[in-house]
Design a protein around this ligand. Sequence first.
Ligand SMILES: [Zn+2]
Length: 324
Amino acid sequence: MGYSERIYQRASETLEKRKADAEFTAKQNKMHAESLIPRLKELDREISSLGLSVIKAIGMKENAEEFVQRLSQRSLEAQEERRRLLIDAGLPEDFLTVKYSCSKCSDTGFVGGYRCECYGKLLKSIAYKELCDNFPIEKSTFDTFKLGFYSKATDPHTGVVPHDRMSDILNFCKAYAKDFDLRSQSIFMYGETGLGKTHLSLAIAGEVVRKGYGVIYGSAQNLFSKIEKEHFSRDNDEDAASAVLNCDLLIIDDLGAEFSTQFSVSALYNIINTRMQSGLPVIISTNLPVKEFESRYTRRVTSRIFGSFTTLAFCGSDIRQILR
Ligand SMILES: [Zn+2]
């Protein structure tokens, strides 16, 4: 539902290709069969002219029923003859039928005006692949998150045991991803660099996309520059901005690392505000200390975030330093 325009575009291209391929194969099969069995052409002509006669006969008042019955009978006989001819020529009896990837919707993506199951699956897999292509989703899962890197000793300044705090955060994020829906809360992750914020937000993104939701994941720098470019160019369909506002889950990673401008600050406010009004969740992570965050993004933004987001305070020592 909340996928970006590009994902819908790629899905419908895939469906069109599936449909065209299936029809092309059927056409080739037909030519091949007709070259082996010349009688097939005649039969096909007869079957379709019988069908046409049935439609015409419906307008006839008297004797229509008997007439239609006779035509249908003849049509069945012709179809049976065609079937037998194929088998005699050593071909499968369904050799001439178009074999669509999805028999429910004949690869159109819709059944009775509703999105077919195959279309939903396709959107999901394209969205997932796109996320994997751009981010290390497979590497950053809940399973690869190592609590062992966090100290079990109480921090003398804060009184917090990093290992326990991070274990709570990990469990919270796991449950969040598992139970995700469009009414899920928004999350604000903060703490110094290298404490696993990106890892956990990617783990959430991966799970949520697998569940079939549309996720936009990006660094603040990347998202804002895309929106800004769109904003100041005339010929565009505002795809990035609308996707950021309407996707099922928006994840803004590393807010504060971007070169912030008046435009980006007001864009951030608009994004948060609009999504909150439609009740759509956002996950924001930042390395900035709260005070600095507030002075950079104004009170307006921070009061929005602290008033309604669930805040997760990451702690510990930089994992990248430990690994080195
Ligand atoms: Zn289908």
